[in-house]
Write a protein that binds this ligand. Structure first.
Ligand code: PEP
Ligand code: MN
Length: 370
């Protein structure tokens, strides 16, 4: 059960204390208090944990400082909207605001390799006005003989370069809890030259111990990628592990499903589910067109499949695009064949803008009233 306080309620207010006191007076009930940043306001919510089925809603509704009480019906309690009873959660990280109402493009290398390649990439991003990127230092590879990522050793110069080119957030995958500590240590040593969004890859979507670790720290936000071979509901439940640990700064990513029916693409593109995730959860939704398509195949009109599926996700309201770029794909140690070229970045961003505008127009002119 979630008690949503009125918008002006402060965390140290006596009204909030009374709600908590009442909640904890029921046997076995504990509470967690969260401040939720919405698109237009921030609200305080009290989560009642335990057997809440026997706790009545009415005594809470009688408090004047309470806006509403929502009974949590689905399994994903913290990230779920619960039949639209709860609004979406936005959050600010290192000066960048994420929500279900806006859109950011994270362009960058799949895996960090040579310093000059990363520098060229960040330089191109700055020229294009982007402050969000991707750069994998820890790579989960299908074969143990493939490049495993540069690891902690590259972090100091990755963060230094990011700071130099004004990059504010880098999506970086972690595959072990040790990586979180290594990233935090290197970030702090760099004087927080940039910010990191911890990426949980599709292969670790149900690595519950790792999910708990990234959920129990609240310094860095989390980009959770759906599992490639499990249902959406299973992925949402797994994502709930992050939120239940206390970290509410989460983005849910679609990246395609592993099925031979997806051929000729690397994965079966699942971006039709963008609006589904937006209505089921309070989280901003990301699409990864690069790992979905997996190649630079193009249509007879000359549009790359990666551009086309990006457009599909954006026209459906995606809030983030995670895309592989590389200055010299032939030198890339991971996923070179699907990388876009740096001189394609302005074209890619223009396409995203065209489609985002069309999405906004659809919402204005086509959407049904409540
Ligand atoms: C990645 O983004 O580098 C990656 C490995 O993606 P996924 O986990 O979706 O395969
Ligand atoms: Mn990759």
């Amino acid at each position: 059960m979630i008690v949503v306080m009125k918008a002006d309620t402060l965390l140290d207010s006596p009204e909030l204390a009374k709600v908590i006191q009442l909640a904890e007076s029921y046997p076995g009930i504990t509470t967690q208090v969260h401040r939720i940043e919405g698109a237009t306001r921030s609200v305080v919510e009290v989560y009642l944990l335990g057997r809440t089925g026997v706790v009545p809603t009415e005594p809470f509704e009688e408090f004047t400082a309470v806006e509403r009480v929502v009974r949590v019906t689905e399994k994903f309690r913290s990230i779920g909207r619960h039949d639209s009873g709860l609004e979406a959660v936005g959050f600010d990280y290192n000066g960048v605001y994420f929500s279900q109402d806006n859109l950011h493009v994270f362009a960058g290398v799949c895996a960090v390799d040579e310093r000059h390649n990363l520098e060229d990439t960040f330089k191109a991003l700055r020229e294009a006005g982007l402050v969000t990127s991707r750069a994998g230092a820890y790579k989960p590879r299908t074969s143990p003989y493939d490049f495993q990522g540069k690891g902690a050793e590259c972090l100091p110069w990755v963060f230094e370069l990011a700071g130099k080119y004004g990059i504010r957030v880098i999506a970086m995958e972690v595959t072990h809890e040790r990586h979180v500590d290594e990233i935090l240590a290197a970030l702090h040593a760099s004087g927080n030259a940039t910010g990191v969004m911890l990426q949980i890859g599709t292969r670790n979507a149900q690595n519950f111990e790792l999910l708990k670790v990234v959920g129990q720290q609240t310094e860095l936000p989390v980009l959770f990628k759906r599992g490639m071979g499990i249902t959406l509901e299973e992925s949402l439940n797994a994502c709930e592990y992050v939120a239940s640990g206390g970290n509410r700064r989460i983005i849910f990513a679609l990246r395609g499903m592993k099925t031979n029916l997806g051929d000729p693409h690397r994965n079966f593109v699942d971006f039709a589910q963008v609006p589904v995730v937006k209505r089921l959860t309070r989280l901003p939704v990301c699409i990864d067109p690069s790992h979905s398509v997996g190649s630079r195949a193009k249509s007879p009109e000359g549009l790359l499949d990666i551009f086309n599926v990006t457009a599909q996700g954006v026209i459906a309201g995606a809030n983030m695009v995670l895309a592989d770029f590389h200055p010299r794909p032939e030198e890339a140690l991971c996923d070179g064949p699907q990388a876009l070229l740096l001189d394609e970045l302005p074209r890619f961003l223009e396409d995203v803008q065209i489609v985002r505008k069309a999405y906004e127009e659809r919402v204005q002119r086509i959407a049904l009233p409540d």
